[in-house]
Design a protein around this ligand. Sequence first.
Ligand SMILES: Cc1ncc(COP(=O)(O)O)c(C=O)c1O
Length: 389
Amino acid sequence: MNTYARQPVAFVRGEGVWLWDEAGKKYLDALAGIAVNTLGYGHPKLTAALNQRINSGIIHTSNLWRIPDQEAAADRVAEITGLSEVFFGNSGLEATEASIKVARKYGHDRGIAEPAIIVMEKAFHGRSLATLSATGSRKVQAGFEPLVQGFVRVPLNDLDAVRQVAEHNKNVVAVLIEPIQGEGGINVSRLEYLRGLYEICQKHEWLFISDEVQCGMGRTGKWFVYQHAGFQPDVVALAKGLASGVPVGACVTGGRAKGVFKPGNHGSTFGGNPLAMTALRVTVDTVKEEKLMERAVKVGELIRAELKNHNLPGVKEIRGMGSMIGIELERPCGELVLQGLNAGLVFNVTADNVIRLLPPLVMNEAEAREVVARLAPVVKSFVDKRVAA
Ligand SMILES: Cc1ncc(COP(=O)(O)O)c(C=O)c1O
């Protein structure tokens, strides 16, 4: 189906942060399959564990039975999130969809017949009907109306807007937020804003739902952005980098959301299968063992600082946290992706004019310098050409 505007390249081999295409050309990867390949390509620990799992003959059983790999993975997720229950699916939208269902069920359990969830402008939560309705982008929603009801939208980083909703809408049961908006253009929530939002949730007994599908898993220097702000949400949605490329989504609950889902409330045939759970366990353990969160901070700071040193023309702002980086240009710059590929660098452009860098967490400082060495001339010639034209 014609759902993707694809670039004319196919990667057929990978090692560390490097990729090779069909013609043997080598590329430096600063995107990690959009924050998915946490451990880069061909990580020996991941490859060995997956091979072992496959060689055992079992990659799927069923959630009808106990799944020891799932139990081990759930322990890891509980440990890194600080929450206590986890439901495994296969993608980000399944994680956010489950979170929305938890919020609605929480409302119904409290006698609210039409529960509402506060969501943010420019947020992205997925492409199922409920998650696209929660998403703050008309482009994502257009053509799929009628939208799912029960979402109230406010601007990011604006506590007064949330307080006003609280005053007028007694059906609100939860806030759903991407603490750093990825698809929306690397828009970072202020930490004091997150703390204020959490306090409002506490006051009104709303669930705080953190969609960390893109910004989570150590990329910002802590496992999750809410840990920078110093509180525990009730629900966390995870996917992308959680299993380094094997599809996994997770809806994690604790606090007020603990025990909301009962047997029969939710399910997924493939969710939590032994293969995916093996990848999750190894990803978490390797991020810890190899101190990849510390590395993500160093690499991210280095890239941002070196880019700033270049004083590139046409750049409005360089922002982000750790290895989640947005470079906002003054005008739309989608064509830069192909120019980057020509220069042997993989990145993408989001929100029309934001170059997005989400390197694998195994990137080292020399490779980070090389990202800047390849990216800066591409941006410069793009802007120079526009000025000349
Ligand atoms: C913050 C966030 N939530 C949810 C999703 C949906 O994830 P998936 O594409 O795996 O369904 C994405 C995907 O980009 C995302 O960035």
